[in-house]
Ligand binder design. Structure first.
Ligand code: 5AD
Ligand code: SF4
Length: 439
């Protein structure tokens, strides 16, 4: 390799949007300070990073077979690093089990990445806070959209969830830093922001500098003042913190995207209690009903876990009942997966037979499909506005509505970055198709 040539970084990202943003930060830090450029070809890379997820067990099992393959195929002298939540929870055991891994960096420690890549055998997985945990170089993945972390960690104790153990206590990032960052991105052309946190609407309860508390609703109001910013999205909020003030802001603020994630997890009040979710079936239905009433075009998405220990047929019927009543626009559904360092492990003797859990999962999927067909078909003949984001093959472009529906239209790169009106003439379960009627 000649001296002028940059080194190459291959990064594979698993898991949630927080991990996507973490990977962008890793890329930006290594580009800025270590002269790396990304490559899509693992065999060509000087540094291979896997940014992992540990929320369920399957991806963790896959990790070791995958890094084994990377090791067999990588070019001579290339380094391998494991980052993210599995790095946090397995730490040095990763290097014990796979000695060719050069370093391990936890989900809360990626701000240290530029120093760690040069230290063979480094394991950095502390979940203590210091302000550097949210100061990063920036990389641009889209000209029109930006993602900004508003908090890190999670203070909840959902009994199935490994995240508090891997990402640590919740700390909110100061509002002025968030606003400043978004303003910078807007100055460069962004019109949409995604605010990220494990639990965005509990924002403002703890800052590292002990300042006074604030709320997510106030943060939304501040961010909305940024001129040139047209859309604000956020994920994930918690149903427990969807108070009236928040719902009213959500419904009345025109900049806030009318798509909301309401992770139900279970529709049974007794399972919700065992999960320590802090709300009841009735609270959830009441919040969803209020949101649908105040925001007629809202899309509501959710996460559902079936087969949590002790889930009876009656409990499961409660989940189906909530799905039937709320008619979610998208469901991310999961079979319960026992995780280390979680309280639900103590319920081992009440674990549900895998076949029963599998059958419940299929019932959820089937019921949801019916709702999905109804929802998507209801767009046909209507006009929506989209921000055109990507060029597809065959003279097509695609973009998203304010309430986060994907729409394909005929068009060229001239449409990129524009808000256009589209008449919808076709729908599948996952996307809409139409014609541009005005720019
Ligand atoms: N088993 C199954 N699903 C889980 N999730 C989190 N932990 C587990 C687990 N142990 C799901 C929840 C959460 C989503 C990100 O992952 O539904 O909202
Ligand atoms: Fe996990 Fe619950 Fe925190 Fe979400 S709110 S990250 S499910 S502990």
């Amino acid at each position: 390799m000649s001296k002028e040539e940059s080194k190459k970084l291959f990064i594979q990202t698993l898991g949630c949007q927080m991990n996507d943003t973490d990977s962008q930060h890793i890329i930006a830090e290594l580009e800025k300070y270590k002269d790396y450029k990304t490559t899509d070809n693992m065999e060509d890379a000087d540094l291979i990073i896997i940014n992992t997820c540990s929320v369920r067990e399957k991806p963790v099992q896959k990790l070791f077979s995958e890094i084994g393959q990377f090791n067999a195929k990588k070019k001579d002298g290339a380094k391998i690093g494991v980052c993210g939540c599995t790095a946090s929870h397995l730490g040095k055991d990763i290097i014990k089990r796979a000695p060719y891994v050069d370093f391990v960096v936890g989900a809360r420690n990626i701000s240290k990445i530029k120093d760690i890549i040069d230290v063979k055998g480094a394991v950095e997985i502390s979940i203590e806070n210091d302000d550097s945990t949210y100061e990063f170089a920036r990389s641009e993945t889209s000209m029109y959209k930006t993602s900004v972390n508003i908090s890190i960690g999670c203070d909840k104790e959902c009994t199935y969830c490994i995240v508090p153990a891997t990402r640590g206590d919740e700390i909110s990032i100061p509002p002025e830093m968030i606003v400043q960052q978004i303003q910078k991105d807007v100055d460069k052309g962004a019109v949409e922001v995604m605010l990220l946190g494990q639990n965005v609407n509990s924002y403002g309860r703890r800052f590292s500098d002990k300042r006074a508390k604030t709320t997510f609703t106030k943060l939304l109001q501040e961010i909305s003042k940024i001129e040139g910013l047209r859309r604000i999205r956020f994920t994930s909020p918690h149903p427990l913190h969807m108070d009236d003030e928040f719902i009213e802001e959500f419904s009345s603020n025109p900049k806030i995207s009318k798509c909301i994630h309401m992770p139900l997890q279970s529709g049974s009040t007794s399972i919700l209690k065992a999960m320590k979710r802090g709300y009841t079936k009735e609270w959830f239905l009441n919040r969803a009903e209020k949101i649908r009433r105040l925001v007629p075009n809202v899309r509501i998405t959710t996460d559902i876990i079936v087969g949590f220990p002790g889930e009876t047929q009656e409990d499961f019927e409660d989940t189906m009942d909530v799905i039937e009543k709320v008619k979610f626009d998208q469901i991310f559904n999961f079979k319960y997966s026992p995780r280390p360092n979680t309280a639900a492990l103590a319920l081992k003797d009440q674990e549900i037979d895998d076949e029963i859990a599998g059958a419940r999962l299929i019932k959820v999927i089937d019921l949801h499909k019916e709702h999905l067909v109804e929802h998507m078909n209801s767009h046909i003949g209507k006009t929506v506005e989209i921000l055109v984001e990507n060029l597809k093959s065959d003279g097509e472009v695609c973009g998203f509505t304010d309430n986060w529906c994907q729409v394909f239209v005929k068009g060229s790169d001239e449409l990129l970055g524009k808000f256009v009106k589209v008449k919808i003439n076709d729908a599948s379960r996952t996307a809409l198709k139409g014609e541009v009627i005005s720019e």
